[in-house]
Ligand binder design. Sequence first.
Ligand SMILES: *Cc1c(COP(=O)(O)O)cnc(C)c1O
Length: 380
Amino acid sequence: MKKYLFTPGPAPVPPEVLLEMSRPVIHHRTPEFSAILDSARERMRPLYGTKSEVILLASTGTGAMEAAVINLLQPGEHAIFVNGGKFGERWGKLLAAFGMIGHEVRVEWGRAARPEQIEDAFKAYPESRAVLVQASETSTCAIHPIAPIGEITRKHGAMLIVDGITSVGVFEQKMDEWSVDAFVTGSQKALMLPPGLGMVALSPRALEVAKANKTPRFYFDLMKELKAQRDEHTTAWTAAVSLILGLNKSLEMIHSEGLPNVYARHALMAEATRDAASALGLKLLSPDNPAPGVTGILIPEGLDGGKLVKFLRDNLGVSIQGGQDRMKGKLARIGHMGHLSPFDMLIAIGAFEIGLKQIGAKINLGAGVAAVQARIARSI
Ligand SMILES: *Cc1c(COP(=O)(O)O)cnc(C)c1O
């Protein structure tokens, strides 16, 4: 059976990238590898919207989140974190694991953090050294407003640490303009790669802070890693050579498509998916601030969304993802990141409709598909 991947990570990898990664492994202390590493790091910058340094790590996105925390904060220091879903919650767990004092800004699932909430948190905890937030909270398919949060954070002299794992490469990011100090992403979402690479971009201020930071760290010592990558054109430890070859290739493809076109393609896929939900009479978890990389559609009351996800996977070869935690069984998350075209949403929605029927939803088969088709036709 042909398989289709519409999960919000991992996302489909193009054949060009798969071929590149199947090249014989080269040594990581060679001029050949150095040129590829330099090129990949350089090509990441426009995706972040930064002139600053991008560091590649052999880890998943969570490793890059951890690296940001332990290089910029020290045990006993205070930090504000936005918890609007599973990944925001993860910031809190990371802070606690390393002895930092996290102050939670709670955001209802599906909502965006309001800048006033950050302002209030600074009023209550003026000693806070950083704000940690997701640009796109994948568990609720919602985005948070990074620009105004950055403004408030800068005003209070704190650092802004952003998880951009489902925003970098999906929609325009302006790291320097938004005053982001550490911007994290990972390979297996919009970057069209298998899992296994994490990236952190650091502002000049973050570099200063990291240099003086006393938190115990070894593998994720970003200063050691930066020295290797920037000054010696290699990685501190054995590089994830094949993934970095793949990254350089996928970034070449992204830049040859053109970033504005890449962002427009993701936006169109998201719009088409939302149109489909609405045509089927279904509601979104985050109608006011939907993420362009993944759409969260609420399963009609009383029906089992878990069964739908399993039916699609086992019977139709189509993978979407359900809800996590309190949304378990109540949410369908359709990912539209990476190597996908708007036409792929016809498949995702076509299968989704069949799954809905299967679990007993009263929908008009084809209504969602027609909405996707109409949106694509309007975009031409
Ligand atoms: C996927 C994802 C992560 C990272 O998860 P890993 O499994 O460690 O790669 C972190 N934050 C967000 C918002 C994500 O979507």
